[in-house]
Design a protein around this ligand. Structure first.
Ligand code: ATP
Length: 203
């Protein structure tokens, strides 16, 4: 099987995440896309919603799509969530399958600073997708282990439909009690309302 691994904070999951997963799966002929909400992401500040809420929202958001599944391995593991550990674990459990790591172009540009990037690249092929407003870098600007240009065979770039949706904007709108309709699935909106997520002032 060809398995896509899509990590993120998903604070909350929104329609652009789902659309990216759908389009990458279609174009790259992935048999599965597994969403992996980060527990404690090492590269960014602590998410606002708890890991359990973020996982629950991902589960609601992907419900009904047989290709999609949510993994709780990063939120169950103590300490920082390193993608390489997640990939290692999945590879151990699925040695015959080919793993593809879905990353935004912003993350691809930071790949050289990720934990054990050399091992990470031995475990998967990276699929980077564009995000609205982000210029496509030149290949020599994309760095891998040791800060050297990442070999082009290690990754591919796929453009996806530009949907200008971000979790930050959704949290901001929720905090100001503005509508978040049509930015994320209704089931996730209901969950946010039920648990009064994102109504505090920290973004
Ligand atoms: P935040 O606004 O809190 O930073 P986010 O909306 O960027 O969150 P993440 O959970 O950080 O969501 O995203 C996971 C991945 O999805 C990242 O690689 C990110 O670049 C990508 N992504 C998020 N929103 C979009 C979008 N509108 N279009 C394309 N990619 C996106």
């Amino acid at each position: 099987m060809r398995i896509g691994i899509f990590g993120g904070t998903f604070d909350p999951v929104h329609l652009a995440h789902l659309r990216v997963a759908e389009e990458v799966a279609e174009k790259q002929r992935l048999d599965r896309v597994w969403f992996v909400p980060a527990g404690r992401p090492p590269h960014r500040r602590t998410p606002q919603a708890t890991p359990e809420h973020r996982l629950a929202m991902v589960r609601l958001g992907i419900a009904g799509n047989p290709l999609f599944k949510a993994l709780d391995c990063e939120i169950r593991r103590p300490g920082p969530s390193y993608t390489v550990d997640t990939l290692g674990l999945i590879k151990q459990q699925h040695p015959q399958d080919k793993l593809f790591l879905l990353v935004g172009m912003d993350q691809l540009m930071e790949l050289h600073s990720w934990h054990e990037v050399h091992r990470l690249l031995s475990l998967c092929q990276v699929i980077a997708f564009s995000r609205p407003g982000q210029p496509l870098p030149m290949p020599e600007q994309i760095l891998g282990p040791g800060g050297l240009p990442l070999p082009t065979r290690a990754y591919l770039v796929q453009s996806v439909s530009a949907l200008d949706v971000s979790a930050t904007a959704i949290r901001q709108r929720a905090r100001k009690r503005e509508s978040i309709n049509y930015l994320l699935p209704n089931s996730v909106i209901r969950y946010i309302q039920k648990y009064r997520l994102y109504t505090r002032s920290s973004l």
